[in-house]
Design a protein around this ligand. Structure first.
Ligand SMILES: [Zn+2]
Length: 65
C-alpha cells in the first residue's frame, strides 16, 4: 500500500501510543489511520489527545475494500 501523502513510501502496520492501530510511511514517516479505527479508539479514550507534533491523515475513502 502506497503512502497517500508522498506517494512514494510504503505504509507499514504500526501502533501509535502503544495501542492505536495505524500505518506509518517508510518514506515520509507520515501516519495513516482508518477513520473507523480513529472513531472506535476515540470512543474508548475520550479524554486522550495526541501530542501536537503528530500529524495524521484521516482518509475515509480507504474504508472501501
Ligand atoms: Zn509518505
Amino acid at each position: 500500500m502506497k503512502c497517500t501523502s508522498c506517494k512514494q513510501g510504503r505504509l507499514l502496520p504500526s501502533l501509535l501510543e502503544g495501542e492505536f492501530r495505524a500505518h506509518t510511511c517508510s518514506n515520509c514517516s507520515g501516519h495513516w489511520i482508518l477513520i473507523e479505527d480513529y472513531v472506535s479508539w476515540k470512543e474508548r479514550n475520550q479524554q486522550y489527545s495526541f501530542k501536537e507534533n503528530i500529524h495524521y491523515e484521516l482518509d475515509d475513502t480507504k474504508l472501501i475494500n
